[in-house]
Design a protein around this ligand. Structure first.
Ligand code: SF4
Ligand code: SF4
Length: 318
């Protein structure tokens, strides 16, 4: 597995294991099963995991970490907390549930928030810096879908790591096009920040040409690693092989086939209704009581047309 030197003795794998999809918001694997898949990735050289407070996957990670005695594993987490007190709770929860003395990277989880996040969540950011000074957080970061926020992060001394959304089709970028995010990433890297990329497969919508999607993300100036969600060992194997430039056609085909069997609407659905306009089969409706989208399984033909239209990446074909 190729590594990237982030200084201060940190060498992170260029493949970062995105832990969200194995958890209760998506595939809902048991912590034991999820832990086994994580262990498989460690054996293949992965040493970098990304999760979040609201993904509810700390038990899965804990299962793997408790059974691993090999190379060091870097863990990134994040929280949507705004205040100092709420962020304090989030960091303490991660330290306790993961049984760690330090969370290597802790982000402001600011997916769809613009640059105002730095003032609106000043308390939460200060909390992360205080933890960093005490050694209970390694580096402070921000995860974002916004090119403007990435650009602003370049000037923030309090931010060490940026986790931006970028993919070859520009799917999901909040306030611009692909080239806007590319420029923001390059500028932020030039300012000395470390960056790794999310949604390089567009939430699963670019899996049919994942080699090209991956090649694109890794070729970007400033992107040191790519975070990819994985839910079985075949996916670990194929992504490790892709990162090593040794993709196996049979495995590629098999993992692509298993990628389109079911549609899931995550709790991140904001009830905007955009997907409904793109469904060719009238299979989607808004549940007025809960304000989220519902799929009529009798009408859904699993075509996947709705998934890339969701601004929240709340639709997943698995
Ligand atoms: S997968 Fe196709 S048929 Fe099913 S809800 Fe989405 S757009 Fe409609
Ligand atoms: S699934 Fe996405 S596009 Fe559909 S209503 Fe929810 S947020 Fe909007």
């Amino acid at each position: 597995m190729k590594m990237k030197n982030w200084g201060n003795g940190w060498h992170i794998s260029r493949l970062c294991f995105g832990v969200l999809p194995m958890g209760p918001l998506q595939k809902n694997l048991s912590p034991e099963k999820g832990g086994e898949i994580l262990l498989d990735s460690f054996r293949r050289g992965v040493n970098f995991l990304d999760t979040a407070q609201n993904y509810r996957t700390y038990p899965h990670i804990r299962c793997a970490l408790d059974r691993w005695d090999g190379h060091y594993i870097y863990v990134a987490s994040k929280s949507t907390a705004s205040t100092y007190e709420d962020m304090e709770e989030a960091v303490c929860e991660a330290l306790t549930e993961l049984n760690r003395d330090c969370i290597d990277i802790f982000h402001l989880h600011a997916a769809r928030v613009g640059p105002e996040v730095f003032s609106e969540r000043a308390g939460a950011l200060q909390c992360l810096r205080d933890h960093q000074n005490r050694g209970t957080v390694g580096r402070t970061g921000i995860s974002t879908h916004s090119a403007q926020t990435v650009r602003q992060a370049a000037h923030k001394d309090s931010i060490d790591v940026v986790f931006p959304l970028i993919n070859i089709s520009g799917l999901g970028i909040l306030d611009g096009e692909r080239r806007d995010m590319e420029e923001a990433i390059a500028r932020t890297a030039a300012a000395g920040k470390r960056l790794y990329a999310m949604k390089v497969f567009g939430g699963g919508n670019l899996l049919s040409d994942r080699e090209e999607a991956l090649r694109y993300a890794l070729s970007l100036e400033g992107i040191d690693a790519v975070c990819i969600g994985m839910v079985n060992s075949d996916e670990v194997n194929v992504n490790v092989a892709l990162l090593d430039g040794k993709a196996d056609d049979e495995l590629l085909k098999r993992t692509e086939q298993t990628a389109s069997k079911q549609i899931l609407i995550s709790p991140f659905c904001a009830g905007c209704g955009t997907c409904i306009e793109h469904c060719p089969n009238d299979a989607l409706t808004i549940d007025e009581d809960k304000g989220i989208c519902r799929v009529n399984a009798d009408r859904c033909i699993l075509c996947g047309y709705c998934a890339p239209t969701c601004p929240e990446f709340a639709i997943r074909m698995i």
